[in-house]
Design a protein around this ligand. Sequence first.
Ligand SMILES: NC(=O)c1ccc[n+]([C@@H]2O[C@H](COP(=O)([O-])OP(=O)(O)OC[C@H]3O[C@@H](n4cnc5c(N)ncnc54)[C@H](O)[C@@H]3O)[C@@H](O)[C@H]2O)c1
Length: 419
Amino acid sequence: MPDFDVKDLGLAKQGRDRTEWAEKSMPVLRQIRERFAKEKPLSGVKIAACLHVTTETANLAVTLAAGGAEVALCASNPLSTQDAAAAFLVKEHGMKVYAVKGEDNKVYYRHLNQALDIAPMVTMDDGADLVNTLHSARKEMIGGVKFGTEETTTGVIRLRAMAKDGVLAYPIIAVNDANTKHMFDNRYGTGQSTIDGMIRATNRLIAGSTFVVAGYGWCGRGLAERARGLGAHVVVCEVDPLKALEATMDGFRVMPISEAATIGDFFCTLTGDIHVVRAEHFLAMKDGAIVANSGHFNVELDLDALEKLASSRRKVRDFVEEYTLGNGRRVYVLAEGRLVNLSAAEGHPSAVMDMSFANQSLCVEWLVNSREALEKKVYTVPREIDEAVAMLKLAAMGIRIDALTEEQKAYLERWDLGT
Ligand SMILES: NC(=O)c1ccc[n+]([C@@H]2O[C@H](COP(=O)([O-])OP(=O)(O)OC[C@H]3O[C@@H](n4cnc5c(N)ncnc54)[C@H](O)[C@@H]3O)[C@@H](O)[C@H]2O)c1
């Protein structure tokens, strides 16, 4: 048995069944796994991976291992772990996994450190907590790390800030920036799974409600579109005038959060920003308002302020906490303000994680094979990887597309042909 810390190894069979179910919707990753198993491009590579430990991540971990890598896996959020998937990886793949759903912050960081104990050559992060821990508490290990990958918007923002400050110690690829990642995972994945988490937690009707979406980036637009599809009156809050304009012309009402706070039945933040919903907004909400976050960290909601405003607080359902305010109104916070889609539901559908994790796998392979000396900065995903993932996905979906004719290729390179 490897070193591990998971909830219950008895869940391994359930984890295998669920991981196999996810794999059915992950044809691109499956093809990569089959090739990796033959070519072993990651032989001898140690990877410390800090990701949401879901059945899709189990498929990624198995793919990396098929390529010859040794993987140690920890959770990238205290509430996002699927305990069955974690047990399956330990029991049936002998993998070092450190993740228990509901772990507190202390255990969360202990798990990050345990994953780092394998002395990784590669870090695979989701939100940059692993990289941050390495650069602060585990500096002695940095010399052995050659490269990294980062899965999400918030992580990429943090890493770019580190590179700007000259403290990033090795090159990292921003997997999030691949088109085949954020255009699908963030938009369709977060859109659907956030609704799923909010419904599973509350069982409330979305139709006819006023649904406030804060942030109209890739995740926010996905959620706004899906909430509209369920019959909600969707309100968008933004700070970027272009995004606000886009939301307006996409047919949504746009207004500041201070106004939206007074009319919303549901609220969800997806900004990557801090304290988007604050004390004055909680105070302005209607009795019974439901508040969630699907951005990476729970700082999007000022929960400390809410705690101070509340005269009482109690759990009323799984993942639903009732705060009764001094004004007598009740506000319901879902999943402690943590990513609601991964806490109260199962995260993104496998079909989008197929592309995200195909990018992860191919980026690690690319980094390991890279002959050029890479700088200590954040790289975008090589275009050929992004296009290869799109072509493989289309092929797996049975969709064929046109190719440019020679005449068209020549035409598109000319400037002298007009009307
Ligand atoms: N729940 C998930 O599974 C999941 C999946 C992918 C990404 N994420 C996370 O979701 C967050 C958003 O990601 P994205 O890819 O949509 O980012 P994005 O950069 O495309 O969009 C964020 C949007 O929020 C807006 N914004 C920032 N501060 C704001 C504020 N105070 N009020 C209103 N709007 C504000 C920005 O202008 C921007 O348009 C990040 O934290 C990301 O890591 C979560």
